[in-house]
Design a protein around this ligand. Structure first.
Ligand SMILES: C[S@@+](CC[C@H](N)C(=O)[O-])C[C@H]1O[C@@H](n2cnc3c(N)ncnc32)[C@H](O)[C@@H]1O
Length: 231
């Protein structure tokens, strides 16, 4: 029997376009490409990782589920060992936001309207949004999700070349809106983190003007649900 993907990876899987050439960067056990191959959703996949050990586990799984004809493994850092014609949809899940941005910066060819980026940061999603807004990418959607009791977002993005104006709340909340329970939980989670950061700054007598502005912008945009008593 085939395994199920967790909340993060199943959102990523839903965002992969049918019959695509997929690259799953930082694949670890290769669960995402295997699941998509077994479900016959993709044309091909490269499961890549910077470390040999996770890649060996990935290869073992690929053989176990009989999808060697669709999924291959590649030992490389980020997109360094991938050529543009091997990738339509690129997933980067389970990594920090700063690392994801570094990988994108090192592969200028991702700036193509034909490529789709599906990004699920474990931390610092705002760093990714900032990179996307500043570099001509449009955020098509953000899907909140939970895994192991924690809240995450999956950012789906494509290159348009257009510069986009954004506010502080766009950086921290992105395209999420509070019409769904997971989005509301995610927004509360982000606000709590920002408020803790603010407390840290205040305790060390550092300037809190910038972070105050972010918190106020989010509270104004999303309303009473997110005032001091509720977040
Ligand atoms: C926590 S796992 C995430 C696995 C899977 N993508 C998921 O979301 O469940 C992160 C993986 O990224 C790999 N990794 C870290 N830095 C990398 C890089 N620069 N290029 C490719 N893979 C990297 C690690 O070796 C590890 O296997």
């Amino acid at each position: 029997m085939i395994f199920s993907l967790d909340g993060r990876l199943s959102v990523c899987a839903d965002l992969v376009r049918p019959n695509t050439k997929l690259v799953d960067v930082g694949t670890d056990h290769a669960y995402l490409p295997i699941r998509l191959a077994v479900d016959k959703k993709i044309a091909s996949a490269i499961a890549s990782d910077i470390r040999q050990k996770p890649l060996a586990a990935g290869l073992e799984n690929i053989r176990k589920y009989g999808c060697e004809d669709i999924v291959s493994v590649r030992l490389c850092s980020g997109l360094d060992g991938i050529s543009p014609d091997e990738a339509d949809d690129i997933v980067m899940a389970g990594m920090g936001g700063e690392l994801i941005v570094k990988i994108l910066e090192n592969a200028p060819w991702v700036k193509s309207a034909e490529k789709r980026l599906i990004l699920q940061p474990m931390t610092k999603a705002h760093v990714i949004r900032s990179y996307l807004y500043e570099n001509g990418f449009s955020i098509l959607s953000e899907t909140p999700c939970t895994a192991a009791g924690k809240y995450y977002t999956v950012i789906c993005s494509e290159y348009t070349g257009e510069q986009i104006d954004y506010s502080e709340s766009d950086l921290y909340i992105g395209k999420l809106n509070n019409n769904n329970i997971n989005a509301r939980k995610y927004i509360h989670f982000i606000l709590k983190k920002l408020k803790n950061q603010r407390l840290g700054l205040a305790h060390s007598n550092s300037d809190t003007v910038a972070i105050d502005r972010v918190i106020e912008d989010i509270q104004q945009k999303f309303g009473d649900d997110y005032n001091d008593n509720n977040s």
